[in-house]
Design a protein around this ligand. Structure first.
Ligand code: PA5
Length: 403
């Protein structure tokens, strides 16, 4: 169950007229998006994967769960953020009943790599290296290092069983490596960009290794696509806020296991809309902790911020005798108290409430934010699918390194 409240704590700024005023431009953006077919295969949540492909993902994941103590996902940006967001959200904080999952290749830290190589020495390891281009430096340097470490331990046949490559079907360094090693390959869909790839084999495979029901995630995504009213309203709120000089949107979560998901939300908005000197700066915030640092700025600092908070009604049975309430109820009260305090200072908050953190709701939220960021880019006249700024640093770095 998901509820959207884009009214209570936006009162005085956003009203029914605001939603009506923007609905035509959302309609136009939606029609343009559907007509242009610009990298938009991700939007076909009902046709993304055939039954055969889903079974392949599930069987390969079962194999990994039986073989690995340590499953290392190598990738950067859109190649891992969405999967990590969903895995962290849907697995327990401490006791995990699947192979330990570690993420690598998302930095150029030599120390991280050295200690990972050391850590994996006495463990049964399986690697899943993910890159659409197959050439991203962080990913390939990390893959080379971990592959070398496996070669020092295993023969060719055994290594083949321990590497799964997700990359383009036609080109790139990783494709060459996969062919040379002869390992299992998943195809990174051509017509889907990295940050939109989580509900394809790219993200669903690691998510499935974590023991999560990927079919329910897809069910949730399909419903988000159908419930147009909610994303129309949210788009109107964002457009309206931007027009009033609210250039920063803070995404508040009150359940720390949603932190990685907010990092993916940050990516989807920043890379999809932050172009041509336009776009709202997305800032993730994990509360109540951050209320004791950033909270002051949001309450009384420069008024360039609006907020979207995700409220989880009930995710545990922990009951606080002293206050005669569930801890989760206290958390929701904290969220609404903050929204109310900020509202009193003319700072506005939309609230998305989910009954619990489950695969269906995570699929819903994933699709919801993907659709909103895309249509928002169309409304601003931006190409939603590219990330020329990211590519620029990659080019300069490559030329500095002479590679
Ligand atoms: O979302 C995106 O498109 C980017 O963040 C890419 O995923 C990221 O740069 C990694 O690229 P690649 O998958 O080619 O290694």
């Amino acid at each position: 169950m998901i509820k959207f409240d884009f009214e209570t704590y936006l009162e005085g700024e956003v009203n029914t007229e605001t939603f009506i005023a923007y609905s035509n431009s959302v309609d136009r953006a939606r029609n343009d998006f559907l007509r242009e077919n610009n990298m938009n295969d991700w939007y076909q949540f009902d046709m993304l994967l055939s039954e055969e492909e889903l079974i392949d993902i599930e069987q390969t994941a079962t194999y990994v769960r039986s073989k690995a103590e340590l499953f290392i996902v190598i990738g950067v940006g859109g190649s891992y953020l969405g999967a990590k967001g969903i895995i962290d959200a849907l697995t327990p904080y401490f006791k995990k009943d699947y192979p330990q999952i570690i993420y690598a290749g998302n930095s150029l830290s030599g120390e991280y790599l050295e200690s990972l190589i050391d850590y994996m020495q006495d463990k049964e390891v399986v690697l899943n290296v993910i890159s659409k281009s197959g050439n991203t430096l962080e990913t390939s340097v990390t893959f080379d290092a971990l592959y070398k470490s496996l070669k020092a331990r295993y023969n060719e046949e055994e290594i083949k069983e321990r590497i799964i490559v997700t990359t383009d079907k036609e080109s790139g360094y990783l494709l060459e490596m996969a062919k040379r090693i002869g390992c299992k390959r998943f195809i990174f869909p051509t017509n889907v960009g990295g940050r939109f790839s989580t509900l394809t084999v790219v993200g669903l495979f690691p998510i499935c290794v974590a023991g999560i029901d990927i079919r329910s995630i897809l069910d949730g995504a399909r419903s988000a696509k159908q419930n147009r009213r909610d994303y129309y309203k949210y788009l109107a709120v964002r457009e309206h806020m931007y027009s009033k000089g609210k250039y920063v949107e803070v995404f508040n979560v009150y359940e720390p296991k949603l932190e990685a998901f907010t990092e993916w939300i940050q990516q989807i908005f920043a890379e999809t809309q932050g172009k041509f000197k336009k776009g709202i700066l997305p800032i993730p915030m994990v509360n109540t902790g951050k209320l004791h640092s950033l909270g002051q700025y949001l309450q009384e600092g420069t008024p360039i911020v609006f907020e979207t908070s995700i409220d989880v009604e009930k995710n545990s049975d922990y009951y606080v005798e002293k206050y005669s309430r569930y801890m989760d109820t206290m958390n929701s009260i904290a969220l609404k108290s903050v929204a109310s305090a900020h509202h009193a200072e003319g700072r506005y908050t939309g609230i998305i409430t989910i009954d619990e953190i489950n695969p269906y709701n995570m699929g819903y939220l994933y699709a919801f934010f993907s659709i909103v960021s895309t249509l928002g880019a169309y409304m601003a006249g931006n190409n939603y699918a590219n990330q020329p700024g990211v590519n620029k640093y990659k080019e300069i770095m490559r030329s500095q390194l002479n590679i």
